[in-house]
Ligand binder design. Structure first.
Ligand code: FAD
Length: 362
């Protein structure tokens, strides 16, 4: 790669992973600018709110599937070799209900719940559960080994890896993507801008992607331990509600979810929904409340709301010239930004290389 100056906009899991991948090229000079950084909790910043686990949902043949498939190997490697990054393996069960097939959560989990899921040869120990092992009301069940990421540890770890490779971090709020090049720390401007602004790509000047919208997710973080990572494709409490339970690595607590409320920008937790989430979680994983089986046995660390950066057509990872400058977009990773992060970042790397070789030919 020639010696370009690059500005990455956004410090969510997509921006940080992308900056890390690009910074491994020693002759590339990367500045990362962002409104929010690891350590912040804000409704405009999805990454800290995620569970986060590896539950592939990409349709066969889609870019998302390609990114998810590619990402497993790196998460697996970090899990084995970098314990301080805050990822651990989790034994996982996934239950499907036929009646959820048309619902918001059922469509989201359509690939995940398949007994012949495409990722059966990606994750270890994939197996189909016998009907006798399914909870009441569930029609399908699979089990496999997945991972759960403690986002409060992993995001700062990614940032640290970038800093170690020379990436310079700055706070900034852009109103137009064309403002980004001027933020390069060399003060000579950037050759390429990487747009990792997530949901705010819907509002950023020069991008204004009308296909992007929020998919509201509400969670409860508790100290109790579930014994298993588990999910069900839906509930009888509403088409946009589901149940998932995941214990974060290195003392990060257990995330109880959730919902997928498309189009909602509401930042405040709904106490009634929180109650339903906790009740359903205990029913699915009784180990959470072994003494009483009641919600009052849950020790709550935090209630939270995050907005998944949904996008009609899936994540946008492509290059575009805006006001004469190359921009590589990487946004719209919806409810799968962690599990697709490495594949997405390598795709950006390939696009950057293609821009540079095109420039070299001119
Ligand atoms: P964000 O994290 O939102 O980051 C966007 C960045 O851009 C921020 O730093 C912001 O400050 C910056 N920015 C935006 N606009 C501007 C501007 N104009 N100027 C400067 N900076 C700007 N994914 C999984 O893979 N597994 C899971 O288990 C999982 N669970 C989830 C559970 C919940 C409740 C939620 C809400 C999400 C979950 N996700 C999960 C999805 C995942 O969190 C997102 O896909 C991911 O965080 C998106 O990352 P991002 O970097 O694109 O966006």
């Amino acid at each position: 790669m020639a010696a370009p100056n690059i500005v990455v906009v956004g410090a969510g899991v997509v921006g940080l992973t992308t900056a890390f991948v690009l910074s491994k090229h020693r002759d590339v000079s990367v500045t990362l600018i962002s409104k929010h950084m690891p350590g912040d909790y804000d409704i405009e910043y999805a990454s800290p709110w995620a569970g986060a686990n590896y539950f592939p949902v990409g349709k066969p043949g889609s870019n998302l599937q390609k990114f998810e498939r590619a990402t497993w190997g790196e998460l697996d490697k970090i899990c084995r070799q970098v314990p301080e990054a805050g990822i651990h393996y989790q034994e996982t069960v996934v239950y499907g209900r036929k009646k959820d097939e048309g619902s918001a959560t059922g469509q989201w989990f359509a690939e995940l719940v398949k007994e012949d899921a495409w990722f059966r040869d990606v994750v270890p120990n994939f197996r189909v559960l016998s009907k006798a092992d399914l909870p009441n009301g569930c029609d399908t069940g699979t089990a496999f080994t997945s991972v759960c990421i403690n986002t409060a540890i992993y995001l700062p770890w990614l940032l640290g890896q970038c800093v170690k490779n020379g990436v310079v971090f700055k706070r900034a709020i852009l109103s137009h993507i064309s403002e980004a090049p001027a933020y390069h720390h060399s003060r000579k401007g950037a050759d390429i801008v990487i747009n990792c602004t997530g949901l705010l790509s819907a509002k950023l000047g020069g991008v204004m992607d009308s296909n992007v919208y929020p998919g509201r997710g509400q969670i409860v973080l508790v100290r109790n331990e579930p014994g298993v990572m588990a999910t069900v494709s839906g509930t009888d409490d509403g088409d946009d509600e589901t149940t998932y339970i995941m214990q974060r690595a290195v003392g990060g607590g257990t995330i109880l979810g959730g919902c997928l409320q498309n189009g909602s920008w509401e930042s405040q937790p709904d106490p009634n929904l929180a109650q339903r989430i906790m009740q359903r979680a205990i029913e699915l994983a009784p180990a959470l409340a072994p003494k009483t089986g009641k919600v009052t046995e849950l020790s709550v660390i935090r209630h939270g709301v995050g907005l998944r950066p949904m996008r009609n057509g899936g994540p946008r990872v492509e290059k575009e010239k805006i006001d004469g400058k190359w921009v590589v977009h990487a946004y719209g990773h919806a409810g799968y930004g962690y599990q697709s992060s490495w594949g997405s970042a390598w795709e950006v790397e390939g696009l950057v290389k293609s821009i540079l070789s095109e420039k070299a030919r001119l």
